[in-house]
Design a binder for this molecule. Structure first.
Ligand code: SF4
Length: 239
């Protein structure tokens, strides 16, 4: 049985593996998935620390691996500048954005709908246009209350595998990897942010939960934009 079929206890792996073992496991997961899906394997890049970590790991497995970024009209200018730098260095990363007209205050009135329109729909577009069979994410199970129940390999949508190769890494281990490998990160981390998103919905906090600064003051506080919870293929569910 290969690693892609593993049924290991995720929370045991978080505490049981050391840094070196986690790096080796992540590389092995991406390697096995690339051998299986070839150009159908594509890395999603949110321009946060976890994404640039996964991107660096993927490039070590095979420099031909492609990626996509979903951006929105509300991204902070620092993230937009960082994105330009990333796509200049890696032209094999495509950028997807929904430019349709929406009410300017939708993020306060109905943040779920705003995220659906500006994040989930362009992610669906990326998966369709790039003919993705396996998308690779930087999701980690210790990031916050909504991220504890994921697996390293999932198939929520039929025909679309999701690989979470750094699922069992801790925040400190991500920073350790980035420092040791000289990976450039979004400058907003230097301002004190721990989790990055759109400007109106992302704040600096001292809370323990890494994602606590997301959607403060709404029912989505510390939650999800929807790309990890809503269908990315097939029929689109109304919101
Ligand atoms: S994070 Fe906020 S501004 Fe960005 S898409 Fe979601 S609700 Fe809209």
């Amino acid at each position: 049985m290969g690693l892609l079929q593993n049924n290991d206890d995720v929370h045991f792996l978080v505490e049981g593996l050391n840094f070196k073992q986690k790096v080796e496991r992540s590389l092995a997961l991406i390697h096995e998935a690339y051998d299986t899906y070839r150009e159908g394997l594509v890395v999603a890049n949110s321009l946060g620390k976890d994404s640039v970590c996964v991107w660096d790991l993927a490039k070590k497995v095979n420099p031909k691996i492609r990626g996509f970024i979903v951006t929105t009209r509300f991204k902070p200018k620092e993230t937009v500048e960082f994105m330009k730098d990333v796509v200049t260095r890696y032209p094999e990363i495509r950028v997807f954005k929904n430019n349709e007209q929406i009410p300017g205050n939708l993020y306060t009135m109905d943040p779920d709908k705003c995220c659906h329109l500006l994040k989930v729909i362009p992610t669906r577009m990326a998966i369709e246009e790039m003919e993705v069979k396996c998308w690779v994410t930087g999701l980690r199970c210790t990031e916050g209350r909504t991220r504890t129940d994921y697996r390293e390999v999932e198939e929520r949508d039929i025909g679309l595998v999701k690989l979470n190769p750094i699922l069992v890494w801790k925040e400190r281990e991500v920073w350790q990897y980035l420092a040791m490998n000289g990976v450039k990160v979004n400058p907003l981390y230097g301002a004190g942010y721990r989790s990055l998103g759109c400007a109106p919905c992302t704040h600096i906090t001292n809370a323990e939960d890494e994602r606590a600064g997301r959607w403060i003051g709404t029912s989505k506080c510390g939650g999800e934009c929807g790309i990890h919870t809503r269908p990315l293929k097939g029929e689109m569910l109304s919101i």
